[in-house]
Design a protein around this ligand. Structure first.
Ligand SMILES: Nc1ncnc2c1ncn2[C@@H]1O[C@H](COP(=O)(O)OP(=O)(O)OP(=O)(O)O)[C@@H](O)[C@H]1O
Ligand SMILES: [Mg+2]
Length: 284
């Protein structure tokens, strides 16, 4: 494993194209035999593991996407992974000790970004930072928030209330709140929806930066947006229904690292990426 120290993302661009020197190490999340039934079966036999990826000289976190069409069960799986909903069968185990996940273990960025509406951006971010449990002086709090607000392009908005922000700005506050809270696992439900093309590029860039802020940072994205999910991920799982069977399951795993298609900011232009995208769009 490389260093456990947080690193400045400025010093470590997310994509430096070196795929050969990577290792998949210990399991940090394991979803085992997950099923979910309401009046009918929604999820069936969902199994996957996320391993700590290491690369020399880089704080390389993990970005995993679960993609599938609308109504397939992504948000339900999101809630199960976050420990917010109990599956009908199966368990989600996290960290080196592989203990069952519980509510609060993971940072979550839901689609309708939950912020305290009666508190300013600065107050919302301070709440996030205080959740980390770190002992910080008032000056440390101010410096940390200012530094990160610059990185997230929120410096001019610290005194505003959530209602005075655009959707993209609210999303960045919500992501930063989770980063400041110090959760290494952060789950995102549809992080690209409702954003224009330029904002999508910015959030993609931001998520790659967040993933490289700490060796153990692990982002799990559930999305129906195949292209954007693929562009930021090292691994993509397709959640779909198999013919004649009830409930959605993982029908395919795409290892973008082994394919040489991860960690590249300009990935969308590569012919191999475009071809893969075309194939996958027919599978969800
Ligand atoms: N409390 C519930 N009781 C019964 N069925 C439910 C309940 N909550 C969700 N469902 C069903 O579970 C299925 C999966 O819903 P989910 O919200 O996970 O879909 P999704 O993949 O996130 O879709 P989208 O891309 O539109 O967000 C849907 O058919 C939905 O109707
Ligand atoms: Mg959903």
């Amino acid at each position: 494993m490389s260093t456990d120290q947080p690193a400045s993302p400025h010093e470590q661009p997310a994509g430096n194209g070196n795929h050969a020197n990577h290792n998949r190490q210990e399991v940090i999340l394991c979803a085992e035999n997950i099923s979910l039934r309401y009046d009918k079966l929604i999820l069936r036999d969902v199994n996957f593991t996320i391993r700590n990826i290491t690369r020399p000289g880089v704080n390389q976190g993990q970005v995993v996407s679960l993609i599938g069409r609308s109504g397939i069960g992504k948000t339900q799986l999101f809630k199960i992974l976050a420990g917010l909903n109990k599956p009908t069968t199966g368990t989600v185990k996290i960290n080196a000790e592989q203990r069952p996940v519980k509510a609060g273990d993971m940072g979550i960025v839901p689609q309708n970004y939950i912020l305290f509406t009666h508190r300013t951006v600065l107050e919302n971010l301070t709440i996030g930072l205080k959740q980390s449990g770190r002992k910080l002086s008032d000056k440390d709090i101010k410096d940390t928030i200012n530094e990160k607000a610059d990185l997230f392009d929120l410096r001019d908005h610290l005194k505003k209330y959530p209602m005075q922000l655009s959707g993209g700005q609210r999303q960045r506050v919500s992501i930063l709140q989770q980063v400041l809270a110090g959760n290494h696992f952060i789950l995102f439900d549809e992080p690209f929806s409702g954003l224009d093309v330029i904002m999508i590029d910015r959030v993609v860039d931001l998520l790659l930066k967040v993933s490289c802020m700490h060796e153990h940072n692990t982002l799990i994205v559930v999305s129906h947006d195949v292209e954007n999910a693929m562009a930021i991920s090292d691994t993509v799982y397709i959640l779909a229904r198999q013919q004649g069977k009830e409930g959605a399951t993982i029908t395919e795993t795409i290892d973008l690292v082994n394919m040489g298609l991860a960690w590249e900011p300009e990935i969308r232009r590569k012919p191999a990426f475009i071809e893969l995208l075309d194939q996958i769009k027919h599978k969800i």
